[in-house]
Design a protein around this ligand. Structure first.
Ligand code: TXA
Ligand code: MG
Length: 328
């Protein structure tokens, strides 16, 4: 299959045409690029799983352009869910609610709940609107690889597997949406993101963070390997450990690279590094592009520990998975 990469209004029109004949199309969002299909078309949804190599027991989230389609998709919206949606949607959050009968089970992987997301990215919303149907979409990477934050990253994983990538430039947030389960008594964060626990607690009072052993996975995706670069990746607890790990790896004949904040990069002398910037937002925006670049220029990736709370805590949730939990 030939994979087109298109920009602008023509891209949206072509994308919507493809969606309406049951094809899959990659499109930009503010978090990461998504791989979309008509959420009501079983055969089209199956193509997403095929293109990604994704296990069929891992549900997809459903993207809407505005709340006009919301009530078709979910059975009841609690007062708390209304507050969350009013405060943070459109934006980088997915809210899990009880699904209605018209949401196909292949989208939710057999669950009685569905994740709803309204992106803030204008291209994403214009595309979904043009499609005229809710769009089921996971991140547009091959299963287990790093999520794409540019059309070029999508092309690398999906060339020859999908007909079209809509190029909307770089994703501005940079990591996947916060997933908030509102189908249970206490709202629970299943995946941290740019909308942090602190921000949610401000409007909700109580929020739980899902932690602990994933025996029966709450977000089924959590039990799978994730965000894995092509080469070995470790987290360094500070600049000193990063330098030590770099020098050891180089001594062993590896080609290492350090991914770090601007402050740390200033200490690395002539060691190969990728600068994430300084602010939380910059670090979040740049992390996946940095991992993508790192796996191309090196065979051993060392990422500095970026912090435990706020947005950087969410970034570290992904980096730890990339590193398989390995800290040096
Ligand atoms: O920012 C994002 O959320 C991006 C963009 C494209 O919107 N999408 C994304 O989708 O990251 P994906 O499929 O890569 O991750 C969605 C996660 C998976 O771990 C999945 O298991 C979980 O959400 N999920 C989806 N529906 C769920 C449900 N009903 N209950 C629990 N977890 C669910
Ligand atoms: Mg994903």
């Amino acid at each position: 299959m030939h994979t087109l990469v298109m920009k602008g209004k023509d891209a949206l029109k072509k994308g919507a045409e493809l969606i309406n004949v049951g094809e899959v199309v990659a499109f930009p969002t503010e978090t990461v690029y998504g791989l979309g299909a008509d959420a009501f078309n079983d055969a089209a949804v199956k193509k997403i799983f095929e293109a990604k190599g994704r296990p069929s027991d891992n549900p997809l989230i459903v993207h809407i352009a505005d709340d006009s389609r919301l009530h078709e998709l979910v059975t009841d919206v609690s007062e708390e869910a209304k507050i969350v949606m009013k405060t943070f949607m459109p934006g980088p959050i997915t809210v899990i609610m009880k699904k209605s009968d018209i949401v196909p089970l292949c989208v939710t992987a057999g669950l009685d709940t569905v994740g709803i997301r309204m992106p803030s990215n204008e291209t994403a919303r214009a595309f979904i609107k043009e499609c005229g149907t809710p769009v089921a979409a996971p991140s547009a990477n091959r299963s287990t690889h790093i999520s794409p934050t540019s059309a070029a990253d999508v092309f690398e994983d999906m060339n020859g597997r999908i007909p079209l990538i809509i190029d909307g430039g770089d994703s501005q947030v940079g990591i996947e949406s916060t997933i908030l389960d509102m189908s249970t008594d206490v709202p629970t964060i299943l995946r941290p993101g740019a909308i942090t626990a602190e921000m949610l607690a401000r409007v909700l009072g109580a929020v739980k963070t899902f932690s602990g052993k994933v025996v029966v996975a709450k977000a089924p995706g959590m039990k799978y390997k994730h965000y894995a670069p092509a080469c070995e990746t470790v987290v360094a607890k500070d600049a000193e450990s990063a330098i030590a790990a770099y020098d050891t790896a180089e001594g062993e004949g590896h080609t290492p690279v350090i991914i770090a904040t601007s402050g740390t990069c200033g200490l690395l002398e002539n060691r190969t590094h990728i600068d994430l910037g300084s602010s939380d937002e910059e670090i979040c925006r740049n992390i996946y592009a940095a991992l993508h670049r790192a796996e191309k220029i090196a065979d051993f990736i060392i990422c500095e520990h970026l912090g435990d709370s706020g947005i950087c805590g969410s970034v570290m949730n992904r980096v730890m998975k990339s590193a398989g939990g390995k800290v040096v």
